[in-house]
Design a protein around this ligand. Structure first.
Ligand SMILES: NC(=O)c1ccc[n+]([C@@H]2O[C@H](COP(=O)([O-])OP(=O)(O)OC[C@H]3O[C@@H](n4cnc5c(N)ncnc54)[C@H](OP(=O)(O)O)[C@@H]3O)[C@@H](O)[C@H]2O)c1
Length: 246
C-alpha cells in the first residue's frame, strides 16, 4: 500500500490521525516542524518523516518528494493551521499573508506537488476548513476567509482531479489543540465557549479521526468527493434554547 502523508503531524488532529491510520495498517510519512516531536511520533507509528515549514514552499514540495519512494502516494492530509483572532482593522498585511500561507497556499502547494504521486497511488486528499468559513464570528476575518478559500479549493480540485483523486475537507469547531490552548487556559472562558456548542462541550482530536480515516479510505469512501463535513458539536447548524436542555 502507498504511503499517506500528514502535514501538521505533531498537532492534535494530525497526531491522533497518524495513530488511527497506523492502527488501520496504513503506511505513513509524517511532516512537521519540530524534529524531536516528529521523530518520537514517527518511531511510535513506524513512519518515515520530513521536517518542513509551512511558510517555505520548497520544504513542502521536498516532503512530498521524500514521501513518494516510487509507488505513488495513498493520501495527503493538510492538518496545519493557526488561529489568528483579530478584527480587520488590527490585521497587518503580514498577518493576512501569513494566515493565507499557513492555511491555504501551503495546502495548495502540497496538493500541486502531490498530484502525480496521488494519481499513481490512487490517493485521496483531506483538508481542514473551520466552522468560521460559513459562520461569521467577530475577529475571524483572516482565518474565516482563508478557510472559506479551502472550501473553494476542495470543490474546484475535486472537479479537476476526478476520477483519479478524491478531495474532501472536515470543518471543525473549537477543539483541544495547540493553537486553541491560550483560549482554553481560562476555565471560565472554556466553559463559556463550550456552551456555544449545542452538544455542550468543546471537541477533542478523537472527534475527527474516524471520519478523517474513512474519507482517506478509497474502499469505504470511494464515491465521496468535493464535500465539506462539519464536525462541530452542532455549532454551525443547530440552535438549542434553554428549554431544549434537559
Ligand atoms: N483545533 C481547533 O479548534 C480547530 C478549529 C477549526 C479548524 N481547525 C483546523 O484543524 C486542523 C488541525 O488543527 P489542530 O486542531 O490539530 O491544531 P494544532 O494542535 O494547533 O495543530 C496545528 C498544526 O499546525 C502546525 N503548524 C503551525 N504552523 C506551522 C508552520 N509554520 N510550519 C509547519 N507546521 C506548522 C503545528 O506544528 P507544531 O506541532 O510544531 O506546533 C501543528 O502540528 C488545522 O487546519 C486547523 O486550522 C482546528
Amino acid at each position: 500500500m502507498s504511503k499517506t502523508v500528514i502535514f501538521g503531524a505533531t498537532g492534535h488532529i494530525g497526531s491522533a490521525l497518524a495513530r488511527q491510520l497506523h492502527d488501520n495498517g496504513v503506511p505513513l510519512h509524517l511532516a512537521g516542524r519540530n524534529k524531536a516531536d516528529l521523530s518520537a511520533l514517527a518511531d511510535e507509528v513506524n513512519a518515515s518523516f520530513s521536517e518542513f515549514d509551512a511558510m517555505d514552499n520548497s520544504s513542502i514540495s521536498q516532503a512530498i518528494a521524500d514521501a513518494d519512494t516510487g509507488g505513488g502516494l495513498g493520501g495527503l492530509v493538510w492538518a496545519v493551521g493557526s488561529i489568528l483572532l483579530k478584527p480587520l482593522s488590527s490585521l497587518s498585511e503580514s498577518d493576512i499573508q501569513n494566515c493565507f500561507q499557513l492555511n491555504l497556499f501551503g495546502a495548495m502547494i502540497a496538493a500541486k506537488s502531490a498530484l502525480a504521486s496521488l494519481k499513481t497511488g490512487q490517493g485521496s486528499i483531506l483538508l481542514f476548513s473551520s466552522v468560521a468559513a460559513q459562520t461569521g464570528f467577530n475577529a475571524h476575518t483572516a482565518i474565516g476567509s482563508a478557510k472559506a478559500a479551502i472550501e473553494g479549493l476542495v470543490v474546484a480540485l475535486a472537479a479537476e482531479a476526478a476520477p483519479d483523486i478524491r478531495v474532501n475537507a472536515i470543518a471543525p469547531s473549537l477543539s483541544e489543540s495547540k493553537m486553541a490552548a491560550p483560549l482554553m487556559a481560562n476555565p471560565q472562558m472554556q466553559k463559556a465557549l463550550a456552551a456555544t456548542h449545542p452538544l455542550g462541550r468543546l471537541g477533542t482530536a478523537d472527534d475527527f479521526t474516524a471520519l478523517a480515516a474513512l474519507l482517506l479510505d478509497n474502499q469505504k469512501a470511494g464515491w465521496i468527493t468535493g464535500q465539506i463535513f462539519a464536525v462541530d458539536g452542532g455549532r454551525s447548524s443547530v440552535q438549542v434554547n434553554s428549554r431544549g436542555r434537559s
